[in-house]
Design a protein around this ligand. Structure first.
Ligand SMILES: [Zn+2]
Length: 445
């Protein structure tokens, strides 16, 4: 049993900073005292000048285990998460083998995570053309949503679905009120021929905005037709914003996320022959990304998520520089907070809003907001403590992901995570891993 106090002048409570003392007991926030509060024999952790906030909830992470643990695994991914202040993550149904498209695979996935979770971990199930009969079982087994692709996923065992496939499962999703998460790109041949596969400009042109907007149209149709929850993952095309906005005015069942890479990098700065930056949909030009920022500042995005999707360096084609042969995915789970915070300072996003986009908002989306995502008495003691003033360079030796290859290497950022508590355990102390295996499997009730 653990019992201790955490004190700060800036505890993030009810969407604002308040000088408070959190009393942690039995893995929970037992109660919250305003101001400074001490009692004899109970350890007092004094974080006066640091920000104390709910742990980050990353609702979009690819971990690759079982089957592709040479890409990433539960041990390394959740260590990186903890060091980055992430206390809960939700794992995607693809890139592991088997993919999570039936209940047996879901059991294997949970089995593979045992003894390796340093933060809390939940899961999504996947929809492919052949698994309509498995969807209900996955939902009953506790997945947080069902994810599908509208274009080739990059993983042959996870083929994309058609509108007809989605129509077939929509009534099940409706019955259980479970979100359908869609990778919104709809491929067509209306793209220029590739001349130089090392050209980043040609890579962007190969995945144009109209692929995203056509897919978003389909997502909106399905949402409207069946009145189900539809979530658009990793929006990159600003051309999609207006139609999303219009639909969001009519329903709260449409949600949308974007990711640090689309908010932090711009195509103009990405050199040719550098597929470390390859993801799909691609990082687009500054003018596009400025519009994503306007939408973010306008409260348009429901939350932010990393879409951590790592691969071994040889798969990223770092030597050949070929964008078209490289694996598409950005490795960045550990760096969401400093990356987005640094850019937020430039763009004028209030720190209070940023924290909410990383904690309370994803908790609401996942339906875990009665126990996580806020500092409230009775909630789980998942807490992140960080220094918003510290400036640092992301160095190779700080990276906990299985592979060091990340586009964030050598970036100068603001914000350093100092302590992470997971279920009341002090997992990261003074920016170093201390207590391991404090994470739990989360299942949707
Ligand atoms: Zn993803």
């Amino acid at each position: 049993m653990t019992e201790f106090f955490i004190y700060s002048k800036r505890c993030f409570i009810n969407d604002k900073f308040i000088e408070s003392t959190l009393h942690i007991k039995n893995n929970k926030i037992h109660c919250i005292h305003s101001g400074i509060y001490k009692a004899s024999k109970i350890p007092f952790l004094d974080y006066t000048n640091l920000i104390v906030m709910p742990g980050i909830i990353d609702a979009h992470v690819h971990i690759n285990e079982p089957g592709r643990e040479t890409w990433e695994g539960f041990d390394t991914a959740t260590k990186a998460a903890a060091i980055g202040g992430v206390t809960t993550l939700i794992e995607m149904p693809l890139n592991a083998s088997p993919v999570t498209t039936n209940i047996d695979a879901f059991k294997l996935k949970q089995e593979a995570s045992k003894g390796k979770l340093h933060v809390n971990c939940g899961f999504y199930g996947g929809v492919i053309p052949s698994n309509k009969a498995d969807i209900e079982g996955l939902i009953n087994a506790g997945v947080f949503g069902i994810k599908g692709f509208l274009t080739h996923s990059g993983i042959d065992e996870f083929p994309n679905v058609s509108k007809t496939d989605l129509e077939a499962i929509a009534p099940i999703l409706k019955q259980y009120n479970i979100p359908l998460l869609l990778h919104c790109e709809l491929a067509d041949d209306n793209v220029p021929e590739v001349v130089n596969p090392k050209s980043y400009h040609e890579y962007i042109q190969s995945r144009p905005q109209h692929w995203e907007t056509n897919a978003i149209n389909l997502a909106l149709e399905i949402q409207k037709q069946f009145d189900i929850k539809v979530h658009i993952v990793h929006l990159s095309a600003s051309a999609g914003i207006e139609r999303i906005k219009q639909r969001k005015e009519k329903t709260d069942k449409l949600t949308v996320e974007t990711c640090p890479q689309y908010l932090y990098f711009n195509a103009e700065e990405i050199p040719d022959a550098s597929p470390i930056f390859k993801c799909a949909p691609p990082i687009r030009e500054k003018a596009n990304n400025d519009k994503l920022w306007t939408f973010l500042l306008d409260d348009g995005f429901n939350f932010l998520a990393s879409d951590h999707s790592p691969a071994p360096p040889e798969r990223k084609q770092l030597e050949s520089g070929d964008f078209f042969k490289a694996w598409g995915g950005i490795s960045g789970l550990q760096f969401t907070l400093p990356v987005v915070y640094s850019e937020s300072k430039k763009r004028g996003l209030q720190i209070e809003k940023l924290i909410s986009l990383l904690t309370k908002k994803p908790a609401e989306f996942l339906g875990i907001d009665s126990e996580k995502g806020a500092l409230v008495a009775g909630f789980d003691a998942d807490i992140t403590v960080w220094d918003d003033l510290e400036e640092l360079v992301i160095s190779e030796d700080s990276i906990q992901h299985k592979h060091k290859a990340t586009p964030y290497l050598n970036e100068m950022v603001f914000g350093k995570v100092i302590h992470t508590f997971v279920n009341g355990a002090h997992v990261v102390e003074n920016s170093k891993l201390k207590n391991l295996r404090a994470g739990r499997i989360l299942l949707k009730e």
